[in-house]
Design a protein around this ligand. Sequence first.
Ligand code: UTP
Length: 272
Amino acid sequence: MVVKAVIPAAGYGTRNLPVSKAVPKEMFPICGKPALHYIVDEAVAAGIREILIVVSRGKNAILDYFDRAPELEQHLQAQGKSDVAEQLAMPDVHIQYVRQPEALGLGMALKLAQPFVGQDPFALLLPDDLLTDNAVTLKRMIRAFKVYRRPVIGIKTVEDETLLRNYGVIRGTPITTGMTRIEEIVEKPVDKPPSNMAVIGRYVLPAEIFAFIHKDKRGAGGEIQLTDALQEWLETAELYGMNIKSPSYDISKMEDYLALQNYYLNREGGIR
Ligand code: UTP
C-alpha cells in the first residue's frame, strides 16, 4: 500500500519573481484554488492518507491555508453564509510539515522527508506540475509500483528538443504499453539529450532511495538532484518510467499557467 506522499514546496521560485517573493508559487491561484490544493486532492484521490509538505521561510501561507479558520467559520455562520463556509473545507488527509533551511535542491528537500517516510514506499508530487486527469496517472503509477517494487517515475515526450535542457531526460526501452525500462537519466542535459522523453513531477519511490541521495554531491545547477540519486540507483536495480497521458501544466511557465486557468474555466460543469 502506498499511503504516504511528500510534496516539496521549499524552492525559491526564481522564475516567478517578483510575485514569488511574497506568494509561494505553490499557492498561485487556479480559478480561486491554490495549485497545492489540487495536488493534495490528487494525492487523496489516489489513496494517500499521510502527507508531508516541505516548506521554508516565507511559505507560511501554505500552513495557514490547510489549517482551520474557526473565526472565519463562525463569522460566515453568523451571517447565514453556510454555503460560503463550505468552501473552507480542506481535503480529508493528515498533513505535516518540515522546513528546509536552504533551497539546496529537490534531492535535499526529499532527504528531509526520510523520518516521515520510514521504511514505507511513498509518492512524490511536485506541486508546480499539475495534471488534469483526476489522479488517473498517480493511481496507475502506484499500481505499477506494486507490481515492479522499483521506482516508477512519470515521463512524457517533449516535442521541442530545445526545451529538453529544462528537464530531467531519460533513455530507455519500452516494455509494455506505457511502461519504459529506464537505462539512463540525466538532469537538464546541456546538449545531446539522451532522448525526447522528459521527467514530469510524479514519482512513486521505495524508501531505499534515500541511500542514494548524498548531501555532499552537487549536480546540475549546483543543487542536490533527485535525478542523480536515480541514476546511481540504476547501477544496482531497475527503474521504470510511466508515460503520462494526461495534459500537464508547469505553472512556473506563464503560458502553462494561463492555459490551466482556461482549462478549468471552460471545462464542462465549470469551476468546482
Ligand atoms: P523547481 O525547480 O521547479 O522550483 O522545483 P523552484 O526551485 O522553486 O523554482 P525556480 O527553478 O527557482 O524557478 C520543483 C519543486 O521542488 C521544490 C520547489 O518548491 C518546487 O515545488 N523544491 C525545489 C524544494 O522544495 N526545495 C529545493 O531545494 C528545490
